[in-house]
Write a protein that binds this ligand. Sequence first.
Ligand code: NAI
Ligand code: MG
Length: 346
Amino acid sequence: MTFKIATIEGDGIGEEVVKEALKVITAAGVDFQATKFNLGAERYLKDGKVLPENELDALRKFDAIMLGAVGPPIGSTDVPAGLLERGLLLKLRFSLDLYINLRPFIAPKGSVQEDADFAVVRENTEGTYAGEGGLLRQNTPFEVATQGSVNTRFGVERCVRFAFQLAMKRRKHLTLVHKTNVLTFSGGLWQRTFDEVSKEFPEVKTAYNHIDAACIYMVEKATAYDVIVTDNLFGDILTDLAGAVTGGIGLAASANLNPEKTGPSLFEPVHGAAHDIKGTGKANPLAAIKSAALMLDHLGEETIAQTITDAVTVESQILATKDLALTTSEIGDRVAERVANANNSN
Ligand code: NAI
Ligand code: MG
């Protein structure tokens, strides 16, 4: 079967890292056809479009979507703040019901939390990101802004259940992260749902951390984590911290999943468009390559996915310990070679 993959290279280094990811899955012998979608800041500046309905409908027909990164250079005012986030990234998550944001971390030696190996399951369609709220008396001294957090039993339960299922495939340990002592309404819903779903998974050991404490543990003993489940905002922040202590932004990969596969899921590195290093060969493509491995795993190619993840882990270790000044495409070549060799020896 030929996988139909839509690619949104986006802006800045997006194109450079997606190219390496495609190079690696080609070397792995994956049968796929890639179709480019021109979306992001550059596209918006060309014709004022962010995500036209017909392009969203076209994307629905693919098996998966690979995204590089979207956004203008920092400091640029050409694109209104939040336009691409709300109009493209969040719109894709909401319309395609990508309700899980899965971010696995494996820390190479030499990183702050070396040997840590855990995954964060972030709820991806609700919470403070749902867009609830508004402004009153804007631009007056009496301005009021509200931005509520939307938490549905249905949304929390499906996210928590996914996390338990993932823990079953790993070391069978799941930590709920929230702020139940202060956010008693949403926190209460999360905690009760977590406790109820946990009864379906008696083999999974559970724990609870407040988000602020989780930030301490993340930099002091992240090796204790196996799977973490949390809401949209806490997950966004905690995974940036997680990335920073497990080898850096160049390694952090993510999957935006529709686990029921009623449509395509979307795979992207956590990092942004990094215009400051565009065209210099300094962009680390490992996060994008690892995201491609998450994509293959989701598409049922678990063995190939594992081979790629292992190759990325080995390569990240070499990059972390040896003083090699490798370019984006050289790193891609090395991973591709490793993956091709692993294939030949099987
Ligand atoms: P950024 O992640 O693009 O860059 C932050 C820093 O990390 C920079 O110093 C950059 O050089 C470095 N960096 C990022 N990726 C790297 C890689 N693969 N290898 C080596 N170094 C890397 O975040 P920033 O600067 O805040 O945002 C730049 C643009 O990207 C903005 O327009 C922002 O809105 C957008 N952005 C897009 C995201 C997405 O598409 N999902 C996520 C985050 C930011
Ligand atoms: Mg973020």
